[in-house]
Design a protein around this ligand. Structure first.
Ligand SMILES: O=C(O)c1ccccc1NCC(=O)[C@H](O)[C@H](O)COP(=O)(O)O
Length: 223
């Protein structure tokens, strides 16, 4: 799907910074209460998406409890490559969502068993979703800055070698290398970890975060 997703970009300069950093995906947040919200009806949002496309970035729309019809409208109007469901959607309520799909699996931050993680994500994997493990942010739904228990994720991943998944939750330039090592993630996502102050993306933090592209075999980033 992608290696490094920078989520919650709001400005053209954010998208340019992502493109220059070597990261390969952006998230556009369509949850109105979020500090990272962008209005899908605004021309500026379509322009952000078009800029990202021109830079070769995967464009992922983040939705919370929207109907499949509304999601399809936004995908068509803004121009998106994939949809990330980050609310309380069920397999049934999301049945009409088409195209490339991610599901946020919101987990408590403590130690978890393989069975607990599998119970949360397996139905979505079986339904064809790429899963994104994130820390449970309650009513905010995402962007909490809280980290998961990475060894628990690694234990689950070792039993699910064919699953397509991303690690999120509190990742920053300072902890992402260790997070990859401890969790065995092949794909990472961050929102608040590349902001200063909160809600404002930092070019320098995006650049430092995206150096993890070098962590994986086969990557030519920075070489
Ligand atoms: O970022 C938000 O404000 C947000 C709000 C509601 C639903 C999802 C949201 N973000 C989605 C993401 O993919 C974030 O990158 C993910 O939650 C991790 O955030 P952070 O812990 O701040 O890195």
């Amino acid at each position: 799907m992608f290696r490094v997703k920078i989520c919650g970009v709001r400005l053209k300069s954010d998208v340019e910074a992502v493109g220059q950093s070597g990261a390969d995906a952006i998230g556009l947040n369509f949850f109105p209460p979020s500090i990272r919200y962008v209005d899908p009806a605004e021309a500026a949002t379509r322009e952000l998406s078009e800029l990202a496309r021109s830079l070769g970035l995967i464009r992922i729309g983040v939705f919370v409890n929207e109907t499949p019809l509304k999601i399809a409208e936004v995908v068509a109007n803004v121009g998106l490559d994939a949809v990330q469901l980050h609310g309380d959607e069920t397999i049934e309520s999301a049945a009409g969502v088409s195209g490339r799909k991610l599901r946020a699996i919101k987990l408590p931050t403590g130690t978890l068993s393989v069975t607990q993680i599998d119970a949360a994500c397996r139905p979505w994997i079986d339904a064809g979703y790429h899963v994104l493990f994130d820390a449970d942010a309650g009513a905010a739904h995402g962007g909490s800055g809280k980290t998961l228990d990475w060894p628990s994720i690694a234990s689950w991943a070792a039993r699910s070698p064919s699953a397509s998944w991303t690690l999120a939750g509190g990742l920053t330039p300072d902890n992402v290398s260790e997070a990859i090592r401890a969790s065995s993630a092949q794909s990472v996502d961050t929102a608040s970890g590349v902001e200063s102050p909160k809600g404002t993306k930092s070019t320098d933090l995006i650049r430092r975060f995206s150096r993890v592209m070098r962590a994986w075999p086969g990557s030519t980033h920075g070489k």
